[in-house]
Structures are given as structure tokens and as C-alpha cells.
Write a protein that binds this ligand. Structure first.
Ligand code: HEC
Length: 184
């Protein structure tokens, strides 16, 4: 018999023992580090927006409102009209060559993102680059509306909110392929 089986049995027994002792008296036998996280703390961090709009917050914004915020907080890096290139790495927020041009083609919001809700999620968690999470939800809706309008994916006067944003169909939406559709 190889050494594998006894080793495995030993590992399982050890895992069971350790698990059991933690379960019995967490206070006395755990390292006693940290403190329980409150629901409110978890909620503040739990900002992921799903493709279908689940977890989008209340609030709303229009392209015109977004244009004003963009001029104040984004233009320095992403340049006038979202052309990009104002700062290293700050790519264009508008346009993009068709991805059929090849794998090296730069991915943009218009030619790559599958869901409009991702624009909201990304801006809220990561932008402005120098002050992430400093924007209000209304500001994020407005900036998302501004960028979608620049890309002609919504109208100039369309209001973006938790209901309308998930309904915006992104051009590349149907080009994502599920390799194992039967495993969903
Ligand atoms: C200090 C420079 C800077 C500022 C200011 C800034 N950005 Fe960015 N932005 C970047 C960089 C750099 C990236 C690329 C980050 C990466 O790839 O990790 C980026 C990426 C993005 C993307 C993702 C683009 C894509 O193709 O996936 C969006 C959307 C975006 N920024 C929106 C904004 C908005 C809206 C504002 C204003 C609230 C803003 N940014 C302000 C530097 C900046």
C-alpha cells in the first residue's frame, strides 16, 4: 500500500478534530482575533451590482447632469468627450473599433461591455481614480447616463435609474458565449 491513504486519513482526522474543537468553544480555543462584523458594515461594502440590476441603489441621473460632473471630476484624465489619453492608462470611454478586427483590438465600453450595469458598478467602486467611492449614487447614475449617451446607446434626455439602466442593451451583449450552458 502506498503512503497516500494513511496520510489522507490522518489529514481528515486532523481536520475533523480541529473543526470540532472550534465549534465547541470558539472563545477559549480560537485565536480570539478581530470582532464580529455588523450587518451595517457588510452593507457598506456590499456594492456589487449584478447584470440584471440587482443591488442598484435608489437615485437617478441624466446625461446633462453627468456632463457637468464629468467636466469637474473626470475630464483631466479621460479628456474632452471621453476620448481618453489625458492620463496614462485612462483609455477612451467612447467609441472603439469592432472586436472582429482581432484579439488585439482595444476593448471599450461600447465594443466590449455586455451590460450597462457594469458601467455603473465600475464607476461607483473605482472612479475617480484618485478618489474612488467619493461619488454619490446620483452622480454615478448621471455619469453612467453621460457615457452611455456619448456612445449613442441612450438618448440625450433619458433618465438612468435602477429600472431603466438594466434595460439598456449593450452592442456586444450577445457575443459572450457560455462554454458549458448545461452547468448553469
Ligand atoms: C486620475 C485619473 C483619472 C480620473 C480623474 C478618472 N479616471 Fe477613470 N480611469 C483612469 C484609469 C487610469 C483607468 C484605467 C484603470 C484600469 O485599467 O485599472 C480608468 C478607467 C475608467 C473606466 C473603465 C473604462 C473601460 O474601458 O473599461 C471608466 C468607465 C472610467 N474610468 C470612468 C471615469 C469617470 C466617470 C470619472 C470621473 C468621475 C473618472 N473615470 C475619473 C483614470 C482616471
Amino acid at each position: 500500500m502506498s503512503m497516500r491513504k494513511p496520510l489522507l486519513a490522518f489529514a481528515v482526522a486532523l481536520a475533523l478534530l480541529t473543526g470540532a474543537s472550534f465549534a465547541q468553544s470558539p472563545g477559549s480555543q480560537s485565536p480570539n482575533l478581530g470582532k464580529p462584523v455588523s450587518e451595517a458594515d457588510i452593507k457598506a461594502w456590499d456594492i456589487s451590482v449584478l447584470p440584471d440590476g440587482t443591488n442598484l441603489p435608489p437615485g437617478s441621473g441624466t446625461p446633462a447632469q453627468g456632463a457637468r460632473i464629468y467636466a469637474e471630476k473626470c475630464v483631466a484624465c479621460h479628456a474632452e468627450g471621453g476620448k481618453g489619453g489625458g492620463a496614462p492608462g485612462a483609455g477612451p470611454l467612447v467609441g472603439g473599433a469592432p472586436l472582429t478586427n482581432g484579439i488585439e483590438t482595444a476593448k471599450t465600453i461600447a465594443n466590449y461591455y455586455a451590460y450597462a450595469t457594469t458601467v455603473f458598478d465600475y464607476i461607483r467602486r473605482a472612479m475617480p481614480y484618485n478618489a474612488p467611492r467619493s461619488l454619490s449614487d446620483n452622480e454615478v447614475y448621471a455619469l453612467t447616463a453621460y457615457i452611455l449617451a456619448l456612445n449613442k446607446l441612450i438618448g440625450e434626455n433619458d433618465v438612468m435609474d435602477a429600472k431603466t439602466l438594466p434595460q439598456v442593451k449593450m452592442p456586444n451583449r450577445d457575443n459572450f458565449i457560455l462554454p458549458y450552458p448545461d452547468r448553469i
